[in-house]
Design a protein around this ligand. Structure first.
Ligand SMILES: [Cu+2]
Length: 331
């Protein structure tokens, strides 16, 4: 799981080569940025093209040999699942999920013919009323709330999807639908006041801790079910709209002081504090340490592991969304 500096260098080089498929100049610089938009602003046809690409990803056979993952959608989920303990409650939380969203966007575009950008869920407009969000629309969205004791979703495009990963670190559970228990007592914390509270934070560490708390947890807990599984939550495709929303908030905070915040990093590499006991890897799992970051303070040279789904990148590579690797903007 750990990569040598040479491998990391090759991975960065490979990502520059793969840039051919995204709108960049021949020199690899970012010229025409992909425009990431809010889900509710997309046309019905745009929404359909995104969902069709997601369904395509769920049908494409797995190629990487990651335990339990049977399709490309699940390989990306696996990359989140197997290293959950070193990507949550740590300084790399925001950069890791930024790269993870980018990986999803790349798979949709490169392997499933999607022409658009990764959309996000503007959760402030649905705070306290997720149950009637456009995102949960059974016809033009991701399907509605779950039903029954298991909370399996029964309408929308993903009602028949069997997820082979989760709950938690488990793989291959026989009953593993996408389930949801919408909870609007929790989704209230998606409100603008919670975002504003985080945007006022002065340091990366304070901002990350704030963002991982209310704006992050409100989206997961507000949808409920699989989305509340901190390890296997990318099994619900809503995950990608939620974390792109959180990434937009991260960029908004960075944009308030780019001179400092394109390079400011911090926090620990080992989880501390309450609430992470459930994320301890199962007994016997290989010890996990972030490559390129040997001490317990998260730095820009920290390698973000995508397990082959896309090339690995360092935190430095993903600090600027307008940079040569990412090349997108939020509108
Ligand atoms: Cu996560």
């Amino acid at each position: 799981m750990l990569f040598s500096p040479i491998f990391a260098t090759l991975a960065v080089f490979a990502s520059a080569i793969s840039a051919v498929v995204t709108p960049r100049s021949p020199t690899g610089q970012c010229e025409t940025k992909l425009q990431r938009k809010a889900w509710h602003t997309l046309s019905v046809a745009e929404k359909k093209s995104y969902i069709d690409a997601e369904l395509c990803l769920m049908k494409l056979p797995a190629t990487l040999g990651l335990t339990g993952a049977k399709n490309r959608f699940e390989e990306l989920q696996s990359a989140h699942q197997v290293q959950a303990a070193i990507t949550h409650g740590v300084g790399a939380f925001l950069p890791f999920h930024r790269l993870h969203m980018y990986a999803h966007e790349q798979l949709l575009r490169n392997e499933c013919g999607y022409k658009g950008a990764q959309p996000y869920w503007d959760e402030t407009r649905d705070a306290g009323k997720f149950y009637k969000s456009d995102v949960l629309d059974p016809v033009t969205g991701f399907g509605g709330n779950g039903v029954g004791a298991n909370g399996c979703i029964v309408d929308g495009p993903f009602a028949n999807f069997t997820n082979n990963l989760g709950p938690g670190y488990r793989v291959g559970d026989s009953l593993n639908c996408i389930n949801r228990f919408v909870n609007d007592a929790i989704s209230v914390m998606a409100g603008q006041e919670y975002l504003d509270f985080c945007l006022k934070k002065k340091t990366y560490v304070d901002f990350w801790l704030c963002a991982e708390n209310a704006p992050h947890r409100s989206g997961h807990g507000g949808v409920g079910g699989k989305m509340t599984d901190p390890i296997a939550s990318p099994g619900d495709p809503i995950f990608y709209l939620h974390h792109t929303w959180l990434d937009k908030l991260f960029w908004q905070w960075q944009s308030l002081d780019l001179a400092t915040r394109l390079t400011e990093m911090g926090g620990g590499n080992v989880q501390t504090g309450f609430g992470f006991d459930s994320m301890r890897p199962p007994p016997g799992a290989a010890p996990q340490l972030p490559a390129g970051d040997p001490a317990n303070t998260t730095t820009l040279s920290h390698s973000l592991n995508m397990f082959g789904v896309i090339p690995n990148a360092t935190i430095a590579d993903v600090m600027d969304i307008r940079g040569a690797l990412l090349c997108f903007e939020y509108i």
